[in-house]
Design a protein around this ligand. Structure first.
Ligand code: NAD
Length: 291
């Protein structure tokens, strides 16, 4: 039976640490960190994600400033708001919930966020820092959350054969770069890969981020592999991942559940990135008060 990689309880522990750190800054007279969250439209899944992120912020003492804009908001108006938030000294992080309505150019929006406040890590400057292995950028939240989860469980990726299924810009692609940074041998599969099983069967660590429910079956997994499931889909009214959990858990040495695995770690990574943005802003003062 596989070890369950419990992202929920690890998140609880890390969030407690973040809360303590925020409190210690408050005691030294600093303001609370803050995250501006922008949601355009009323997509129900996006509303749930945004609410979860805002609640998690408030619990650790990160102020969340919520901008809920109507579906028909113009691109110009959204860019104007981001411009203002970029200038606002009281705002440490800016998160625009994706996907955006079709009439808004997502790339333009990502490019408009100041890289210093881009806690989602999607700006090309931060993606570039990830590729170039420069520590002071922001790593996208899901890859960062997975990295922290694997480290916590003592799962070494260095020298391992890691297969990532899914090459999306939010998860698979930045995750592959992070795994390379951690010295794994990385194979990346996507919809055009001729035979994903060829790659999944070889993997010491298999990570799936496609959004295709139960794509990964037990016969596609090597005995004793570590399996990380990023996917979130609905199947017969239930939230399921990319992995056929019940069968794969019999073969894997460790596995993340859905829900309760990667999801909470993603939100925790967002809190860590926001704290990082805040600390960077005050670093010159922090170093003098806390030598
Ligand atoms: P995306 O649509 O940007 O990318 C999906 C990728 O999967 C693409 O590269 C595509 O080529 C590949 N793919 C699709 N079908 C495939 C198949 N049959 N075989 C091989 N590859 C296939 O999606 P995304 O934004 O990267 O998200 C992927 C999944 O992860 C979604 O279910 C999303 O909800 C979930 N997600 C979860 C979290 C979390 O915190 N747990 C965070 C972000 C995204």
């Amino acid at each position: 039976m596989a070890v369950i990689l419990d992202g929920k309880s690890l998140s609880k522990k890390i969030r407690e640490e973040i809360k303590n750190e925020v409190e210690s800054f408050r005691k030294k007279g600093f303001r609370n960190p803050s995250l501006a969250v922008i949601l355009v439209g009323n997509d129900p899944a996006s509303e749930i994600y945004v609410n979860n992120k805002r609640k998690a912020c408030e619990k650790v003492g990160i102020r969340s400033l919520f901008y809920h804009l109507p579906e028909d908001t113009s691109e110009e108006k959204l860019l104007g708001l981001i411009y203002e938030l970029n200038q606002d000294e009281e705002v440490d992080g800016i998160l625009v919930q994706l996907p955006l309505p079709k009439h808004i150019d997502q790339t333009k929006v990502i490019l408009s966020i100041s890289p210093e406040k881009d806690v989602d890590g999607f700006h090309p400057e931060n993606m570039g820092k990830l590729a170039a292995q420069i520590e002071d950028g922001f790593i996208p939240c899901t890859p960062l959350g997975i990295d922290i989860l694997l480290r916590h469980y003592g799962i070494e990726v260095k020298g391992k054969d890691v297969t990532v299924v899914g090459a999306g810009f939010i998860v698979g692609r930045p995750l592959s770069l992070l795994l390379l940074w951690r010295n794994a041998t990385v194979s990346v599969c996507h919809i055009h890969t001729k035979d994903i099983t060829k790659f999944t069967k070889e993997a010491d660590i298999l990570i799936s981020a496609t959004g295709v429910p139960h794509l990964i079956k037990a016969d596609m997994v090597k005995e004793g592999a570590v399996v990380v499931d990023v996917g979130i889909s609905r199947l017969n009214g239930k939230i399921v991942g990319d992995v056929d959990f019940e069968n794969v858990k019999e073969k894997a040495s460790a596995i993340t559940p859905v829900p309760g695995g990667v999801g909470p770690m993603t939100v925790t990574a967002l809190l860590l990135n926001t704290l990082k943005a805040y600390k960077k802003k005050f670093s010159h003062l922090i170093s003098t008060t806390n030598p």
